[in-house]
Design a protein around this ligand. Structure first.
Ligand SMILES: Cc1ncc(COP(=O)(O)O)c(C=O)c1O
Length: 392
């Protein structure tokens, strides 16, 4: 089927594939994606199997099914099947990287000023532990060209830089960063690269081996609509020998013994494995729509949100209006009416049944609108009307 990108009537029934309550305008898939009903069903089947026959499930059947799901993911993100492991989320993956890079006293880790708060915490703590430091590459408030991003990162490098960490798509500011260009430029100076990619799978076509970064950590529970707790860590073959899980367990299902870096992540202790095992159901579901359709429809809605909010407020986004700069999410400046951002966010929910990300930077308020396949322009119109009532 060919999906008419602009025709909301065709898209309205699609919402039934998620468990969204009637009346909720959910524009925050970027914070918490919703697994599809099909994923939840498959997840439930695996949980039933684990509950009924744990010996069969964990010991006799799990490993080949887990490896098949992992291989499917590796193929999807353009990675050799030996270069990727499941981890429960990007946070776990990033912690593994922080423990594995061999950071020492005097080293520097460069991060852009747009990185995710928890990722800053991971690197600050690690740096404090060993006497290293985080150096921020400051991006200009309003961006016109990707050269500005590459230049800002390069300007932060010194002979002490051990690693550069940056998002593929930034979280709060919802901006695509030029990952290939940054990676090449940084590696040309002999520095390793770790990309924080939770917003990329599904929204950007990924070819991780070709991208060539040393580390890439991401999740499937955002834009692939997989079960919460489905993430992965990609590691380039050149640095795999130094990577190990943060928590040590058997590595593989006994009596098998781990032989590779990847094996060490297969059995990390008894846990819910249904998250990983239901990932193929998420990929199957989205493949039915087509990956181009997913990207184009969600960008179409994000662009509609951009135009509609700018028309209301008189203020545009801080990035160019081009698909190279944003995908399914757009962040817009808003008037700050003085109430704390949490209160404003929760007022959107309690008075208008709208969920969206709201935050402040130095008193300037922003709203990030995330658009997914269950959204229509009605959702954006409803948000704009709520903003008009509350602020304008
Ligand atoms: C850019 C970025 N990095 C890391 C994370 C952490 O993801 P998780 O909570 O799934 O580990 C997020 C979550 O929103 C994010 O947006």
């Amino acid at each position: 089927m060919t999906w008419p990108l602009e025709d909301d009537a065709a898209w309205r029934p699609v919402r039934q594939h998620w468990s969204l309550p009637e009346g909720l305008t959910y524009l925050n898939h970027g914070s918490f994606g919703l697994p599809t009903r099909a994923v939840i069903q498959v997840q439930g089947q695996y949980l039933d199997r684990a509950a009924a026959e744990p010996m069969d499930f964990f010991v006799r059947e799990l490993e080949p099914e887990l490896i098949a799901a992992r291989d499917r993911l590796a193929d999807f993100v353009g990675a050799d099947r030996g270069n990727l492991v499941f981890v429960e989320n990007a946070t776990y993956g990033m912690n593994v990287v922080a423990e594995s890079v061999g950071l020492a006293a005097g080293d520097e880790v460069v991060m852009t000023t747009h990185e995710y708060g928890a990722v800053f915490r991971i690197w600050h703590r690690k740096c404090e532990e060993v006497g290293a430091r985080v150096v921020e590459a400051k991006l200009p408030p309003r961006l016109e060209s990707s050269d500005e991003i590459v230049d800002a990162v390069l300007a932060a490098l010194t002979p002490k830089t051990k690693l550069v960490v940056f998002s593929h798509i930034t979280s709060a500011t919802a901006m695509k960063l030029p990952a290939e260009r940054i990676t090449r430029a940084v590696q040309d100076r002999g520095v390793a690269v770790c990309i924080d990619g939770p917003h990329a799978p599904g929204i950007l076509p990924l070819e991780l081996d070709a991208l060539g970064c040393e580390y890439y950590t991401a999740v499937c529970h955002k834009w692939l609509s997989a079960a919460h707790g489905t993430g992965f860590l990609y590691v380039h073959p050149q640095v795999q020998a130094t990577v190990r899980p943060s928590l040590l367990s058997w590595g593989r299902v006994q009596p098998a013994v781990p032989e590779t870096w990847q094996d060490e992540f297969t059995w990390t202790g008894t846990r819910d494995m249904a998250t990983y095992l239901s990932l193929p159901a998420a990929l199957d579901f989205l493949a039915e729509f087509g990956w181009e359709t997913l990207r184009r429809r969600t960008h179409y809605l994000a662009r509609y949100a951009r135009e509609s909010i700018a028309n209301l407020t008189g203020h545009d986004a801080l990035i160019p209006d081009e698909e190279d700069w944003y995908g399914a999410m757009i962040t817009m400046p808003l008037r700050n009416d003085g109430r704390p951002w949490v209160e404003f966010r929760d007022t959107l929910r309690s008075r208008f049944q709208i969920e969206a990300l709201v935050y402040d930077v130095n008193e300037q308020r922003f709203i990030r609108t995330s658009c997914y396949l269950y959204n229509t322009k009605d959702d954006v119109d409803h948000l704009v009307e709520a903003l008009r009532v509350l602020l304008y």
